[in-house]
Design a binder for this molecule. Sequence first.
Ligand SMILES: Cc1ncc(COP(=O)(O)O)c(C=O)c1O
Length: 375
Amino acid sequence: MPNKRISVCEPFLNGNETKYVMDAVSTGWISSSGSYVTKFEEAFSGYCGVKHGVAVCNGTVALHLALAALGIGKGDEVIIPSFTMIATAFAVCYVGAMPVFVDADKDTWNIDVTKIEEKITSRTKAIIPVHIFGNPCDMDAIVDIAKRHNLFIVEDAAEAHGATYHGHKVGSFSDIACFSFFANKNVTTGEGGMCVTDDERYDDLLRYYKNVCFPTHGPRNYLHDDIGFNYRMSNIHAAIGLAQTEKADDYKKMRMTNHMLYKKHLADVSGIIFQKDEEESENVGWMNTIIVDPDKYGRTSDELIAHLKDNNIDTRLLFKSMHVQPALKKYGCDCSGEYPVTDLLSENGFYLPSASNLNEEDIAHICGVIHEFAR
Ligand SMILES: Cc1ncc(COP(=O)(O)O)c(C=O)c1O
């Protein structure tokens, strides 16, 4: 039995990262003006099958920038899943709009598309579907709702680099899509993010707002017409991002191999439930997440988490629902109503180790620990 500690997710950097970073450093191009930024934007947006990419310093600001570029602001409402990372909601607050929550689907854990329309009002301007843990949302249904109600779609693809829906990459189903390149992501720059879009006007606006509203064309006279942000990505981060994008399909394959191994090894453990992968979608296995049914497994998720820790296996709790977030209550969000699927996930779910380079022996060991603890 391996007694080394198995962490939840370490970055895997096995390509040209060092070469490109050394090049950026040795040539002195370390700010956002260096050529790796453009190379990374072209490579990553191309990987998504989308025309334009605008690199920024993290996934949270990518979402903020997208909403700003779409002109969403005070008095507007934006529909988001109740089961998501807090950044999705915060981005809506940053532009002064109101996040409105929709519960998760009990099988896919993505936004429940059957519950979106009941939340649409005359103030609704956009939907932010989040491809949870790398598993694509039901984009046909979401695109249909958005078209009928004249709403923008901003995909939160922070966790889903390279995932596909009906053969097309996520990031290509919306007005603007946002990615995170945090260290635990399938494609990482340490800290980083990107907005991708097919629309040249949005590309221009994203670049404008990201760079303190300096004009994107023509000379700078240091007069600023609008309030902008400094959300630029450095050339050093972009150098890592380019190298990672070159290997994005390898990382996706490694994570999905691990995902399938977890499912195989835990298939006959009663009460361990995985997110459902839909036939039309290709998940990227960002995080192997389970929920524990204590009646069937014979232990609670807290007991299992503690037992895994005793065996040197790290885990992470899942997000808490948006409707219980003190910050969002203070902001004025309507936190009434029931979100039973999100509550179930928050109370009984956690991440298992999921790094790209986790090996089969590690996974067999982790699953063995889970297996023998069942009652
Ligand atoms: C769904 C989702 N949205 C947004 C973000 C924010 O990304 P970042 O941490 O790069 O700001 C994350 C981060 O993990 C996320 O999981």
